[in-house]
Every structure is written in C-alpha cells, then in structure tokens.
Design a protein around this ligand. Structure first.
Ligand SMILES: [Zn+2]
Length: 549
C-alpha cells in the first residue's frame, strides 16, 4: 500500500510538473555539439524554461502537451549571443538627442528646441550625430547657434565621428571654459575672436565632458529598457556586457528587482575594483533566474586604430614616428590580470594593435602556468595580429572575441594605417578557426549596430551593406555561414563558460529562440537576404519576451 501511494504521488508530481509547451510546426534549426546543422519540426519546452525535447520530422510528437504554440511553418533558430557589447552606452545613446539625420543647421536647431521642450529635465541636454558637411554650412556651428534655440540650458552635442563636440554658452560656463582656456595635448579649441566658439576637438572634448552630470537614475532605467528592446528586436537573447561599471550593474539589478529583466547578461567588470565591489571574491552566481551574472574583468592593452591609439609593432604608415601607446607596461598588465585570475574571475583584454596582441599573449603565456585549469583567457577585438603570433592564440585556449562588422567598417582605414604588407593577420577569422582558436562573435554595439544578421553577412562576405569592396576584403578570411553562426551562438556561449546551457537547442539547454521571417539556411540564400533578416518573435527561457508589431 505504502509503495502504491508513493508511486501514485510520484505519478501525480510528474504530471503536475510537466506543464510542457509544444512549439509546433516550425522550420527549426540549431547547431549540435560538433557544429553541424540539425533540422527539427517542433520543440518541447519544460516549464522551467529549458528544452525538454527536440522533435525531428521523423519523431512522434507528444500527444497531450499542456500548451501548444503553432509556429505556422516559420523558421526558428537559437537566440543569438553577442560576445562583446555595451548595454548602457547603447541605451543612453538611444534616449539622447540624435541629430544624425538632419540635413541643415536650421533642422538641427528645431530638433534641439523640440527636445528641450519635451525634456525639461535633466537640465543638461546631451546628444550626438551632427555633421556640418552634410548641412552644407561652409563653417563649423557655434555656441550661439544653440543658444538661439535652447536659451540658457547647457547643451553638449558630439559630432557624428565622436572626434568633436559642440557646446552651448551655458555648457562652457558650467565647465569653466572661458577666453583663457587652452587645449590639452591632442586637442583643439575653435575660437571666435578671443572666445571659444563652442567647438572642441578630440582631447579638448574632455574640458566640457567633465562638467556633464551623470545620468539620473530614471534616465538610466529608461535607457536600459530601450537597450533591452533593441537587443531583443535584433535577435540577441544573451549579451556579454564589456566594462560594466558599478552604476551599470545597479541599473541592471533594478531591472531584475522590478521583474523586467528579459535579456540574459553576462558581465565583465570595468577593472578589478569594480569586480570586487560588485561580486566580491569571485564570479557572482546567476541572478533573477539566469538573467544576470558577473563572471569576469575587462582590461585594456591599447586604444583604437581610428585615432591611432592602437599599439603597433611598427610605425603607422600614415603617421611616421607614431606607434600608438600601450595602456600598461608588461608588469602592470600582468599584475592586473593576475589579481583577477587569483579570485577566479575570467580575464578579457582589449587588444587591437599587433604589439598589444603580442603583449597580452605574452602575459597569458606566463600566467597560464600559475593559473592552470580551464581559464578561457579572452582577447577582445584581436584586430591586427602579427602573422607570427596568430598560432599563439591556440596555445592556452585563448579565445578570439571578434566583431565581423568592424572589418567591413574599418578596412579602408586599416589599409591606410598599415599598408598592404602588414595585413596578414588582420581580422583573421578563417585563420583563427584553422588554428583551432575558439572564435566568439559580437558587434561592439553601439560602436556598430547590434544586429547579428549584419554580422553574419559581414563574416561570410567581408563586404559592407553596399557590397564593398568587390569580392570582399582579404577574401581568404571569409568564413562559412555555419562557422559564423557558430561563433554567434555556441562560440559566444563558450567564451563565457555557458556552452552547456546557451547557444544551441537540445535537451536541458535554455529555451532561448527566435522566429525569423526567412530561412537563412535554405539553399541559394544570398548574403544580402541574410543581412535583411527580420526577427518576428524573441523567446527567452521558454517565454515570449518580444514580438514585432
Ligand atoms: Zn567595446
């Protein structure tokens, strides 16, 4: 009798626990553990948000699932993972004044006036995107041009290329910038007579930036939700957030506390202090039902190629005598990485130039003997690598965390900065894979669009949205769609120690998936079609969290 009751209880439990959802009638795709494409016809999702069963066309479907969703034959793929982005920067940009589509100064002025009226707080108005060339102005704009429409509000507007800022008179006053102001090295203050005109170039931008108050908590919360909406709409279900600040973390926590955190975030702290302040003595656990965790620390070995901040082994071709500068000497960088590794944090280091990549590879080689085991050292960007250093990525399982759209945005600049002879290891995705280097893809949003389908198209063509350059840039480094898709799913998941739960769809994995408007794996599909893919629905943990209107 006792045994019978126990069996009955088990049966009842099993039944009540099996509130399964059958995502039926889909054109489903996932990669398997070996990176091969698997097709399926339906997906059974457990009520805990994991995949219970992948149902192939030949399989028998469960007879009585608790819920059934009709996929209406649409294409279903795993949610994509961006291995390198900046969520709060994306969000703050999305709530700021955007002047990038203005065609005249007058249009920009009326946009500033409208934004000022619509946003009485915060007092400072911050924006970006202006371009006096596009306005046909024949001069740079001035503080007076803003004052005329924004009165005494402090206003700070970055140029489209981020290399100049345009301030109102009130902004200059609050920043303490007057007739006597001098530009720091690497910067320039435009003058109108003796007065600063309102335009601050490169390093001089900091003179105004230091006076811009940090965003209000309310603005940050709004910005986070805007970013989350953009990410889910782009088809990203997990994002690896690089250089998370304590403030950023608190905004994400507030979203989790309010129950509105839907995208999964794996965070890499902005330096050791931040990691210790947020997570203490090692990676945090997953919070809010596997939505947020801090796993590692992000460091910088150098700057970027555009501003010639990337640290090169040889002089810049277009700036003889310059090689960029390292952010740290060898010992300093090793100490920083060692401090993080000691506490069990994963280490991710930004390295763009070939000298910076060599410095990080050297540091990893040295530290790997002390911090043994599965460490998954990450190099972020790995854009310009000396061909001789490329195989070294594989030595300690170092992950190449790269962004395909950077290559298609940067190629002309990279050629100008380096010349044709030093591009042997530039944005070298195919070589990384050939060397068995774990490859993780992302976008570095908001520097590039977060749209991973643009990333997939860039990865397989080495061409931009206008199909430039013809044949693709350094076409030997093109990779296949399956390889690129792998780097945007299981590769990006592996880069954050999550390959057994994220990136693919199989029993026990998180039910993170998308419905998209076309079959990107169909025979004959073109890169342009892949680039144009629209996400219809985004599901995270077996729940629909975004739908195209
Ligand atoms: Zn970045």
């Amino acid at each position: 009798m006792k045994r019978f009751l126990a069996a009955l209880a088990a049966l009842l439990c099993a039944q009540s626990a099996s509130a399964d959802t059958l995502i039926d009638n889909v054109n489903g795709y996932t990669l398997d553990r070996s990176g091969s494409l698997v097709r399926f016809a339906a997906l059974l999702v457990d009520e805990d948000g994991t995949v219970k069963q992948l149902i192939l066309a030949k399989d028998k479907k469960p007879e009585r699932p608790t819920y059934r969703v009709d996929g209406r034959g649409r294409t279903l793929i795993p949610g994509l993972v961006d291995a390198h982005g900046h969520i709060m920067r994306l969000g703050l940009q999305a709530v700021q004044l955007d002047l990038s589509d203005t065609t005249t100064l007058e249009e920009a002025q009326s946009r500033i006036a409208a934004y000022a009226t619509a946003n009485p707080t915060p007092r400072w108005i911050v924006g970006f995107g202006w371009n006096q060339e596009k306005w046909g102005l024949g001069r740079l704009p001035t503080a007076a041009d803003i004052d005329a429409v924004a009165g005494d509000r402090p206003v700070w507007l970055e140029r489209i290329d981020n290399h100049a800022g345009w301030a109102s008179s009130a902004a200059m006053k609050e920043a303490g910038v007057g007739p006597g102001a001098t530009a720091p090295e690497g910067g320039r203050i435009e003058k109108a007579g003796k007065q600063p005109s309102g335009i601050f170039v490169d390093a001089a931008m900091a003179l105004i930036e230091k006076a811009v108050p940090p965003p209000l908590p309310r603005t940050s919360d709004q910005a986070f939700l805007r970013a989350q909406d953009i990410l889910l709409a782009s088809g990203l279900t997990t994002v690896e957030d690089m250089a998370t600040s304590v403030q950023d973390w608190l905004v994400m926590r507030r979203a989790g506390d309010r129950g509105v955190l839907n995208v999964r975030i794996i965070s890499y702290a902005a330096g050791n202090e931040t990691a210790l302040a947020v997570a203490g003595t090692g990676p945090s656990s997953w919070l809010y039902g596997n939505r947020l965790r801090m796993i590692g620390v992000k460091f910088y070995a150098d700057g970027a190629l555009g501003s010639r901040g990337a640290w090169l082994k040889q002089d810049y071709l277009d700036a003889p005598g310059q090689r960029g500068t390292p952010f740290h000497n060898d010992a300093e960088l090793k100490n920083l990485m060692s401090r993080a590794a000691m506490d069990g944090f994963q280490v991710a280091v930004h390295a763009i130039g070939d000298a910076a990549n060599r410095q990080v590879l050297d540091a990893i080689e040295e530290l790997a003997s002390t911090y043994s085991g599965d460490r998954r050292w990450r190099i972020e960007h790995a854009q310009i690598v000396d061909a001789a250093d490329l195989p070294r990525f594989a030595h300690n399982g170092t992950i190449a965390s790269m962004q395909p759209t950077h290559a298609t945005s940067d190629w002309q600049m990279a050629e100008a900065r380096l010349g044709p002879d030093r591009l042997g290891g530039a944005y070298a995705w195919a070589t990384m894979l050939a060397n068995h280097v774990p490859l993780a893809f992302g976008s570095d949003f908001p520097v590039e669009s977060p749209n991973p389908f643009a990333g997939l198209a860039a990865a397989i063509t080495r061409q931009d949205a206008q199909s430039q350059p013809p044949g693709g840039w350094l076409p030997g480094e093109k990779i296949s769609l399956l390889q690129a898709f792998g780097a945007f799913t299981r590769g990006a998941a592996y880069a954050a120690f999550e390959e057994t739960r994220l990136g693919t769809l199989e029993r026990g994995r998180m039910a993170d998936f998308l419905f998209i408007d076309r079959d990107i794996f169909a025979a004959g599909v073109t890169p342009q079609q892949i680039r144009g893919t629209q996400v219809l629905e985004t599901w995270v943990g077996g729940r629909k969290v975004w739908q195209r209107k």
